[in-house]
Design a protein around this ligand. Structure first.
Ligand SMILES: [Zn+2]
Length: 266
């Protein structure tokens, strides 16, 4: 049953065709893990909490730095130096006290990924490096969980939905990690501050659509956003029979840590 407060809080969802009280109840029963509470994770977490997703997990081990505030809208000047995971938890809990927020103030690694992902229905990869991206993808395939992926670089972003209802995974697009050092980091390349807001919000939209069973998802489509030309493009791709993790004869059957390189950053 809903309290009067919840009915008021979720009123715009409850009257929305395709959501209603039943959809809102589905959100309340759902659990979503967000890996990374930086540029992409900040808007994604805010919208998922606001929408009433019952349980949110946050994996993040960094502390808030001044250079984060240009784009990481979960944080403000008063929390500089504090652990992002704890600040995020307090902020999300204050936004919506009905949401249970669990924080993991550590790096996701091969030896803890399964345990961390297991209690969640859906995962958002809001990380900023390739080792985490491959690890999260492989863990989602091995555990059978859908994965909303997003990445940004300077003025451009991309997102997709992986391993959903038999659809392709990240490795179907990019089979193996790039050589360490071959891709510039966020600090080296710069990032347009609003860009993670656009891509992170779209990731939250995909997550909510999957949880609600609404609309047409990004499974099998990579959505590319160019902030300078204000254009979106769709790149269609399929599941590869020779994919190293979701293919017919997978070579990746256990989780492993990849060498820390630089990544498309948030
Ligand atoms: Zn695959």
């Amino acid at each position: 049953m809903w309290t009067k407060e919840e009915l008021d809080r979720y009123a715009r969802h409850i009257i929305l065709p395709g959501v209603g009280g039943a959809g809102q109840a589905r959100l309340r029963q759902s659990a979503v893990l967000v890996v990374g509470a930086g540029g992409l994770g900040a808007p994604a977490l805010l919208y998922l909490a606001a929408a009433g997703v019952g349980r949110l997990g946050v994996v993040e081990m960094d502390r808030v730095e001044l250079s984060n505030l240009q784009r990481q809208v979960l944080y403000d000047t008063s929390v500089l130096g504090q652990p992002k995971a704890e600040v995020a938890q307090a902020r999300l809990q204050s936004l919506n006290p009905h949401v249970q927020v669990e924080v993991y103030n550590r790096r996701l690694e091969a030896n803890n990924a399964r345990k961390t992902l297991q209690p969640y229905d859906l995962v958002l990869d809001c990380s900023d490096n390739f080792p985490t991206r491959y690890l999260v993808n492989d863990a989602c395939v091995l555990l059978g969980k859908p994965l909303v992926y997003g990445a940004i670089h300077q003025f451009e972003g991309q997102l997709s939905l992986f391993h959903y209802q038999g659809g392709p995974c990240y490795r179907c697009l990019y089979p193996t990690p790039p050589a360490p050092g071959s891709v510039p980091s966020c600090a080296e390349a710069g990032v347009f501050g609003v860009l993670p807001g656009v891509v992170g919000s779209l990731m939250a939209a995909e997550a909510l659509k999957v949880l609600l069973g609404l609309g047409e998802t990004l499974s099998g489509r990579l959505l590319l956003y160019d902030g300078l030309s204000a254009q979106f493009r769709n790149l269609r791709f399929r599941r590869r029979p020779d994919c190293p993790v979701c293919g017919e004869h997978p070579s990746v059957t256990t989780l492993q840590n990849y060498e820390e390189g630089c990544g498309i950053s948030s």
